[in-house]
Design a binder for this molecule. Structure first.
Ligand SMILES: [Zn+2]
Length: 51
C-alpha cells in the first residue's frame, strides 16, 4: 500500500476532517497509520513525538 510506504518514510497524510489547531501547530491523526501527526508546512506532516 502506497500510504503505508509513505508512513515508513515519515510522510503522513492527515484525516482532513479531524485536523485542528492546538495554538502552535495544526495537529491530527494519519489516515493511514492512525498515529498522531503535526504539520510542518503545507502538505508536509510528521509524526508527533510528544504523543
Ligand atoms: Zn501515517
Amino acid at each position: 500500500m502506497v500510504g503505508r510506504l509513505r508512513c515508513m518514510l515519515n510522510w503522513h497524510a492527515p484525516r482532513r476532517n479531524a485536523v485542528r489547531w492546538d495554538g502552535d501547530n495544526f495537529v491530527g491523526h494519519c489516515r493511514n497509520c492512525e498515529k498522531p501527526i503535526l504539520r510542518l508546512r503545507k502538505r508536509r506532516w510528521a509524526l508527533r513525538e510528544d504523543g
